[in-house]
Design a protein around this ligand. Structure first.
Ligand code: ADP
Ligand code: MG
Length: 597
């Protein structure tokens, strides 16, 4: 075949493949156009999953009739004129291809009335043919109606999911965009149902709360951060409202919703230890950064961007969230089961200052925790004074420790839990969880300044492992160095351990089985391009193995240290696996149970 230029219609359809994969992409382009036109109100409708009709109406500045044909032409835009403009683009659109692409795969009608003009004009396009603008009636602003989407690209049409799925994507999209544009009102009607109705608001955080759900108000913490050339603001959910999917995670850069793996990773890092693996924290962050330091033109749908200094962004995001979380006492408070006397305030949550622009919604309680800690039917005497009436079993496991430090009394229960008094009531500590957390934090801090100390063996220790673990040795080698393992493959299934982390030895952890666990874990992960997250996991494993177990007796000295360091560690109040390290029974809650309130 000889080389031929593609007809423009086909060029547009090919472009459409990139810009508009599915109905939600069409909605995105049209809504962004409306925002670029200064709309203060945008109403979106979709029918038949977007296949039958997508309509977007705005009250923006409108398009003059003589420019209507141009709006539908490829590479025609009013937003940039030069390469310099592209460097610092402040509008959502700029590629000038959305309308042309959409028109090439649908039947489109574009009606517009310029603000202050007498008349509205409409232009229609179908199967590549664009008609002439005709006068018509209509309000100021622009209305786009897209019908029979993908009617001429059956392959694309086949890829669409059910109406409900496509509608769910549209709804998700509108909510995301709405978060970034609080001053604009939004509505979304899907079929006959209005599913989004968001009036314009002054306070951007308020819009975010409206979208996430007002009932979460008390669980949303305010993020405000500046550093590393970025300003970051938004809301971060307490660990209790982490969800099974990342749906409630949204990142915006200069108002543009984006997907970015590095930022998602930073987010996970910040919540590491606070939410269980597999749960996703609720986080909505807005990053404001000099537009010249980001390239928004790396993806046709503009959902990905490139940062000039990705590392600095990663760090800024992590720090902004860590700081927010650290400011709040996230110790969950225990509500004692059974009938509630009086309506009292929620249990003491310490100095939590959640964002509260709206009226209080329901306070999230810690269901799982409450269930797990029913009060025993016959509780052991608290201070062991009536020893005669209690079984010797209880007596041996429950004891009052001597005072530690200035004014702390510790009650040790079943060599598992420590009860201490604090200003808000009684703190119940899981000794293993807290100790593990402490070890983890220490290891993490320590490893930043260089590899962990190695204890060399005189005679190497041989372990047999499976083939996948042998393979994992290669990927993991640099990491093993860092955690203080000196080990190498010396046979098809044999690994020689020549040196082990001194830390593990000091905590009586058997290095062989531990290394085997690490390798099995590495094998499960497969090839990884970034070892940092892996390193954290392995430090978790180390901390867990090294920490005192439930049932282990801590000596007074260890106990004193654990309690003394609790404050600094407790800021991050869950063990690395996400179980809580402490719970609080507040005085308020006790008063309520005893009918004192
Ligand atoms: P881009 O947004 O990248 O410029 P589009 O194909 O999306 O390209 O739109 C082409 C042009 O049509 C825009 O630059 C803008 O001038 C005009 N336009 C599109 N939609 C609207 C609207 N809702 N209100 C006002 N002008 C619009
Ligand atoms: Mg556009």
């Amino acid at each position: 075949m000889s080389i031929k230029r593609l007809p423009p219609e086909l060029v547009n359809q090919i472009a459409a493949g990139e810009v508009v994969e599915r109905p939600a992409n069409v909605v995105k382009e049209l809504v962004e156009n409306a925002l670029d036109a200064g709309a203060r109100r945008i109403d979106v409708t979709s029918e038949g999953g977007g296949r039958d009709l997508i309509s977007v109406r705005d009250d923006g500045r409108g398009i003059p009739p003589e420019q209507l044909p141009l709006a539908l032409a490829a590479h025609a835009t009013s937003k940039i004129a030069s390469l310099e403009d592209l460097e610092s683009v402040g509008t959502m659109g700029f590629r000038g291809e959305a309308l042309a692409s959409i028109a090439s795969v649908s039947r489109l009608s574009l009606r517009s009335r310029v603000r202050g003009a007498e008349e509205a004009w409409v232009i229609r396009s179908e199967d590549g043919g664009v008609g002439e603008p005709e006068p018509t009636s209509g309000p100021e602003g622009t209305l786009l109606e897209i019908r029979s989407l993908f009617h001429n690209t059956p392959a694309r049409r086949k890829f669409l999911k059910t109406d409900a799925t496509e509608h769910a994507r549209i709804s998700e999209l509108i909510q995301t965009i709405a978060m970034a544009h609080p001053a604009c009102g939004f509505s979304l009607r899907l079929g006959t149902r209005t599913v989004v109705e968001l009036p314009a608001v002054d306070d951007p955080r308020r819009r975010v709360v409206e979208v996430l759900g007002r009932e979460l108000t008390d669980e949303l913490l305010t993020v405000d951060f500046e550093g590393g050339g970025v300003t970051i603001w938004g809301l971060a959910g307490t660990p209790s409202i982490a969800g099974p999917t990342s749906k409630r995670q949204r990142i915006f850069v200069n108002g543009r919703p984006i997907q970015d793996r590095a930022i998602q990773h930073a987010l996970r890092e910040a919540y590491r230890g606070l939410v269980e693996p597999g749960r996703h924290p609720t986080v909505v962050l807005f990053l404001e950064i000099d537009p010249r330091l980001v390239d928004v033109n790396v993806h046709p749908a503009k959902t990905e961007i490139r940062f000039r200094d990705g590392g600095a962004i990663h760090q800024a995001v992590r720090r902004s969230l860590k700081a927010t979380l650290a400011e709040h006492d996230l110790v969950p408070s225990l509500e004692l089961g059974g009938g509630d006397r009086g309506s009292g305030s929620p249990g003491g949550r310490g100095p939590v200052r959640p964002f509260s622009a709206t009226a209080h919604g329901a306070t999230a309680s810690y269901e799982s925790i409450r269930e797990g800690l029913e009060m025993p039917a016959h509780p052991a005497p608290f201070l062991g004074t009536s020893a005669a009436s209690t079984t010797s079993d209880h007596e041996s496991k429950t004891e009052l420790m001597p005072r530690i430090g200035a004014d702390v009394r510790i009650l040790r229960v079943h060599a598992k839990y420590l009860f201490i008094e604090d200003e808000q009531g009684v703190l119940v500590i899981d000794q293993h969880a807290l100790h593990e957390r402490m070890m983890f934090e220490q290891l993490k801090a320590r490893i930043d300044s260089g590899p962990l100390e190695v204890q060399q063996f005189l005679v190497p220790d041989m372990i047999e492992v499976d083939a996948a673990s042998i393979e994992a040795m290669e990927t993991l080698a640099p990491m093993l160095d860092r955690i203080g393992f000196d080990a190498g493959v010396i046979g098809p299934r044999t690994v020689a351990i020549r040196g082990v982390p001194s830390f593990l030895l000091s905590r009586n952890v058997e290095p062989g089985p531990f290394l085997r666990d690490v390798l099995a874990f590495g094998a499960e992960q497969g090839s990884v391009d970034d070892v940092e997250p892996l390193l954290s996991e392995v430090l978790d494993m180390m901390a867990c193995k090294a920490a005192v177990k439930a049932g282990d007796r801590l000596n007074d000295h260890e106990l004193a240290e654990l309690i003394a360091r609790r404050e600094e560690i407790e800021r991050i109040s869950n063990c690395p696996h996400g179980r809580p390290t402490s719970l609080r029974i507040s005085i308020a809650e006790l008063d309520r149970k005893f009918g004192r309130s």
